[in-house]
Write a protein of this length. Sequence first.
Length: 197
Amino acid sequence: MAVNRVPVLKRCRSLGIEPMVLGYDKKSKRELKRSNRKVSEYGLQLREKQKAKFIYGVLEKPFRNYYKKADKMQGQTGTNLMIMLESRLDNVIFRMGFARTRKEARQIVDHKHVLVNGKQVNIPSYLVKAGDTIEIKEKCKSSQRYKDIIEATGGRLVPEWLEADAEALKGTVKELPSREAIDVPVNEVLIVELYSK
């Protein structure tokens, strides 16, 4: 399986993202030195696509598949794409505060700690639906790892489209998110322009 091993802060710097978006508390002290080159239109579009891929931890092929699926759905392609990325199981676990970062959420799902509607799901890209109940398995709830996670993510706001009970490590998807509810610094219009060439 392909894994992105680029140092997180370095990648954040090059894409101009705050590490907080990914759940990291670190700050990069280095400034990005760019020569005064004008970025082309293609360059801007590519950067937006790389930002979305990096934030959600999706590689190129699955990302393109998401785009194709979003294109076939009704409504705006860009909005559909963002909603699909946001409703991935690993992202929902991160949003509910059951993981410090999306990478950790992905690992939690991979290690079969998650139940969706009472069934074990170990596919990070599983798309949740409105009304789904998501919880951490009973035998995992008491582990020190989850106590540390809840302590670290205690102050994080849970989006309005989700409901989370940090004590019981359980949550519900009230509805699928609207584009306004997704606070990710990505301009999906440029991604659509890039793929529609």
